[in-house]
Design a protein around this ligand. Structure first.
Ligand code: 3PY
Ligand code: MG
Length: 257
């Protein structure tokens, strides 16, 4: 149960967790990154290239490194969320959760009764965690996290009701989509002052509800700032940015840039 417990023990407690965020659909890369100092690794099936097979293999590699794997599913694809939990994902990030109905659908597929209606079949999750069926059934709703993305005006308006849905463990702000919706499509700016004000609001409402506040950060410095502000889980930009930064840094070190 180590990789699950590593997430659930620290969930909602400072200091905030830092997650890598991968779109390049390589299970091997997921394992490499997991062995660095990150707290967890998120595989992105919404905008990244991960399909179900690559995500299942990636979850395995991340767990082999002793770290929890989170997966962002495609919009509304809650059936896939169940399959990823069956494979050992420690949490699901669901994009564009705009209403209580969306939040309830997420919970239905990610939590066992009586909270939700998740179907039984956690074969790899039990194998990797060492939990037998009775323990997995008893503990899964607490060990695995259902995280609803708040990244539209509708979602912000429904925030308190979404946070009140039993089984929603936290919300995750998508600052880029939020900047688009808040500006009526005029710009995409993850660090715009309107987004910043919304971030404070989400953090305060999460605190009031006793649930975790998570956020995507487009850069390392911004990730540090979000963590200091009190976010419980912060995504460290993405794999493409990290590879670019690595190449640039090494070129500089080689005196070639
Ligand atoms: C957003 O900023 O909209 C996200 O979904 C984070 O990747
Ligand atoms: Mg988004």
């Amino acid at each position: 149960a180590d990789a699950f417990a590593a997430l659930s023990h620290r969930w909602g407690r400072p200091p905030g967790l830092l997650t890598a965020w991968l779109g390049i659909p390589s299970p091997i890369l997921a394992g490499v990154v997991a062995r660095e100092g990150v707290d967890c690794v998120t595989l992105d099936m919404q905008h990244g290239g991960f399909d179900l097979a690559a995500a299942v293999l990636g979850i395995g590699q991340v767990m082999l490194a002793g770290k929890p794997a989170l997966v962002r599913v495609p919009v509304g694809d809650y059936a896939t969320a169940s399959r990823l939990l069956d494979s050992g994902a420690a949490g699901i990030i669901a994009p564009m959760v705009n209403s209580v109905a969306d939040a309830r659908a997420l919970v239905e597929f990610t939590k066992f009764p009586p909270v939700g209606a998740r179907s039984w079949g956690p074969v790899l999750a039990m194998d990797a965690s060492g939990l037998g069926p009775a323990d997995y059934l008893r503990r899964a709703n607490g060990l695995t996290k259902a995280i609803a993305m708040v990244e539209t005006r509708e979602s912000l308006a429904a925030l308190d009701d979404i946070l009140a849905v039993e089984g929603v463990d936290g919300v995750f702000v998508g600052p880029s989509d939020l900047s688009i919706t808040l500006s009526g499509g005029a710009h995409v700016d993850a660090e715009h002052k309107d987004v910043d004000a919304a971030l404070d609001h989400v953090l305060a409402r999460c605190r009031a509800a006793g649930k975790a506040a998570c956020v995507f950060a487009p850069s390392g410095p911004r990730a540090g700032e979000m963590r200091r502000r009190g976010f419980d889980l912060v995504a460290l930009a993405n794999d493409v940015g990290q590879v670019r930064l690595g190449v640039k840094t090494m070129l500089e070190q080689a005196g070639a840039a």
